[in-house]
Each structure stands twice: as structure tokens, then as C-alpha cells.
Design a protein around this ligand. Structure first.
Ligand SMILES: Nc1ncnc2c1ncn2[C@@H]1O[C@H](COP(=O)(O)OP(=O)(O)OP(=O)(O)O)[C@@H](O)[C@H]1O
Length: 328
């Protein structure tokens, strides 16, 4: 049968197939020449590593913003390069079938743009499936069961929470505060409180590597002194990083918790007994799942593979067209 399941995220793009599992998991970055912005020189990790240090005449582009296409031309170039990378010489069919994950909150226009880009990049018969449904399927849940499931997804550009059941969405909330905003909060904290300017990649690494508070560990961050311009290092304590991230994390959690307001009581019961499934890299932030649990009053179980489960679910949809049909 063949075909590709694709999750084109704001931060990471992941591709899976029913037979080979995950075949690509790379940052959603692309390097282009300023003179020829619609042709990818490099994609993924190579392009990401050059963020903040691109030579003149070359820029690093992110084709997705807030989980949807930011620019049609660069998205087309990016997805074309992704498909060439994973399916050289028609490995998954000359024009492989595709199931692509789409945020629940995407508009009709944004959905159409995603299908168009996938077609133009060389795929045929492209179907869309909601991100949380794919994440649940990729984590071993059955999204067609007649009982409610709830999935919280904190990605790079968007955070979403969705309850669904038997092919229908029961309630949904989303906000454009997610991993990127958390990184940016840490960047601003370092600049304002420690007078040190760090690169985006350094700020992200510090956010991901927050040390364990109970052991009183610190972490070293390198950057440029905001006043003298000289290279400098600072030692950060776990609790001050947590403090710097708290307002953004609280904003995310408060918005998502409102999802419970629209949920029918019977569905609340289902969700309380099963717990909420956490997907997306942002749910891995130290302390995030506890904050979510406290705010929702429901247990949160992180997916085994929070960053790749959506692509695994889209790939599984290739063999389960009934899921795509139910949620289209
Ligand atoms: N261990 C970690 N702790 C904190 N944040 C993390 C961790 N691992 C990844 N992240 C963050 O998760 C985000 C990326 O998650 P993910 O790959 O699920 O997003 P995406 O699907 O590309 O984005 P979106 O869903 O918004 O389109 C980034 O902001 C990254 O910094």
C-alpha cells in the first residue's frame, strides 16, 4: 500500500510509515539563499544548527508558524525536500499517499493550504487528521470508542487541549503560547536580570535542561554581556529558571483548563477515570504536567513518545481510513 504519515510542526517535522515506523524527525527549519528563497539548500538539523550564525546571503527559514503554514512558497520547498529525503526513488510509491496532521483550531483556508502544499510536493490523495486524534492513535488509544478521551498538546507554537469521542470533537481550547514563548521568556529574563544576551538555541537548551531543584544544582549559560559585549557565563539555579517561566506556563495552563467548561458531565467522568494524555515536546518541561494536573484536577499521563506519537498516528491512519473518515 505505501504512503506517508506526516506531522509538520512549528518546531519539528516527523514522518512515519506503517511498515518502517519513524523515518524522519528533524527541526522544521530550512536554509535558503536570499536570491532563491524557494529552494531548500538544507533542511532539518543542519539548518537548525545555523540559527543565529547564518553566513551573509543565506537565511534560516521556519515554514510553519503556530502549527500552520506561515508562507506557502517556503512550505512547499520544505515539504518537497522532506519527501525527497524520506522517499528517494519512489520508495513509498511514485506519488505516495499521505495523511497529514492538522491542529483542531486550523481554519478552512489553513487546512486547504496544507493539502495543496502536500500535493505540490509530490503526494497524491492527501487526507488530514486532527493532531490530538493522531496523537491518541499513535499512543495506542482508540479514538473511535464511544467514550471521551482528552489530549493536551504543548508544541513549539501552539498549545491545544481537545476532548473527543466516537469521531467527534466535544470541546477544544488553544492558545498561541507554547514552547517558543517559554524559550523567549527565558531569553528576556537573562537579558533583564543577568544582563546577558544569549542565542535562541542556548535559551532553548537551558529551558530543556533545567536541573532538578531538589538537589540544588545549577546550570551554566554562556552569552554576551549586554553592556560590554564581552563573552560571559552565568550560573542559573533551577528555581530561578522556573520563576522566569512561570507566567508563560501559567498562561498556557489557565487557557487549557477552560476546556472542561464545555464538556458534558458524562464525558468528564470518562476523562477523570482515564486521565489526560500529554503530547508535544512542551509537556516535557520540568513541572509542566504537575501544573496541568493541579489546574485541571485530573491526572495527566505523558505519552511514551510525546514528540513522535502524532506522526505514528498519521502513519497508522493509512491502514485505518475509518478514523480519517470519522474525524474529517
Ligand atoms: N525536555 C523538554 N523540556 C521542555 N521543553 C521541551 C523539551 N523537549 C522539547 N521541548 C520543547 O517542545 C517544543 C517542540 O515540541 P513539538 O515538537 O511537539 O512541537 P511542534 O509539533 O513542532 O509544534 P506545534 O505543535 O506548535 O506545531 C519546543 O519548544 C521544544 O523546546
Amino acid at each position: 500500500m505505501g504512503g506517508l504519515g506526516i506531522d509538520i510542526g512549528t518546531t519539528n517535522t516527523v514522518v512515519g510509515t506503517p511498515d518502517d515506523g519513524i523515518v524522519l524527525n528533524e527541526p522544521s527549519f530550512m536554509l535558503v539563499r536570499s536570491k532563491d528563497p524557494n529552494r531548500a539548500l538544507a533542511i532539518g538539523g543542519d539548518a537548525h544548527d545555523l540559527v543565529g550564525r547564518t553566513p551573509e546571503g543565506i537565511s534560516s527559514v521556519r515554514p510553519m508558524r503556530d502549527g500552520v503554514i506561515a508562507d506557502l512558497d517556503s512550505a512547499r520547498a520544505f515539504v518537497t525536500a522532506v519527501i525527497r529525503r524520506v522517499a528517494p526513488r519512489g520508495r513509498y510509491g511514485v506519488r505516495p499517499r499521505g495523511v497529514v496532521a492538522v491542529p483542531v483550531g486550523a481554519t478552512t483556508l489553513e487546512r486547504r493550504a496544507l493539502v495543496e502544499v502536500a500535493h505540490e510536493a509530490g503526494m497524491r490523495k492527501v487526507a488530514l487528521v486532527p493532531v490530538p486524534v493522531a496523537g491518541a492513535l499513535g499512543s495506542g488509544m482508540n479514538p473511535l470508542e464511544p467514550r471521551a478521551h482528552m489530549v493536551v498538546d504543548i508544541g513549539g507554537g501552539t498549545s491545544e487541549i481537545t476532548a473527543f469521542c466516537y469521531g467527534g470533537i466535544l470541546s477544544h481550547r488553544s492558545c498561541r503560547l507554547a514552547g517558543d514563548e517559554l524559550t523567549s521568556a527565558l531569553y528576556h529574563y537573562l537579558r533583564d536580570e543577568h544582563r546577558i544576551i544569549v542565542g535562541e538555541l542556548t535559551a532553548e537548551r537551558a529551558k530543556i535542561g533545567i536541573p532538578d531543584n531538589s538537589e540544588g544544582q545549577t546550570m551554566t549559560v554562556e552569552g554576551r554581556d549586554a553592556v560590554s559585549g564581552r563573552a560571559r557565563m552565568v550560573q542559573l539555579r533551577a528555581e530561578e529558571i522556573a520563576e522566569a517561566l512561570r507566567p508563560t506556563a501559567t498562561g498556557i495552563v489557565q487557557t487549557l483548563s477552560a476546556c472542561l467548561e464545555d464538556l458534558p458531565p458524562q464525558a468528564v467522568g470518562d476523562v477523570m477515570s482515564e486521565g489526560v494524555l500529554g503530547i508535544g515536546g512542551g509537556t516535557l518541561l520540568r513541572g509542566m504536567s504537575q501544573m496541568l494536573e493541579e489546574s485541571l484536577g485530573i491526572g495527566v499521563k505523558l505519552a511514551e513518545r510525546p514528540v513522535t506519537c502524532v506522526a505514528e498516528g498519521t502513519a497508522a491512519c493509512l491502514n485505518h481510513p475509518e478514523v480519517v473518515a470519522a474525524y474529517s
